[in-house]
Design a protein around this ligand. Structure first.
Ligand SMILES: [Zn+2]
Length: 72
């Protein structure tokens, strides 16, 4: 069963492959890498500009991961 999705990086439509129940969010590896690279840079930028401190980010992330686990 083919499903058409929109890539979260380049916003082009693509046919999602059914990959062991994992939702495909990007049309190609390059888009996935770019997405994560921007995420990391954005995070570093917020630390550098003082908008976010490392410990807060870590705590929020850990809480989020716990929530994600408890949903499953
Ligand atoms: Zn893409």
């Amino acid at each position: 069963m083919k499903k058409t999705k929109i890539c979260e990086t380049c916003f082009q439509t693509f046919e999602a492959k059914n990959n062991k129940g994992i939702e495909q969010r990007f049309c190609k590896d390059q888009c996935r890498n770019e997405f994560h690279s921007v995420g990391r840079k954005y995070f570093s930028m917020q630390i550098e500009t003082g908008e976010l401190d490392y410990l807060t980010a870590k705590n929020v992330l850990q809480k989020h991961l716990l929530n994600v686990k408890s949903i499953k």
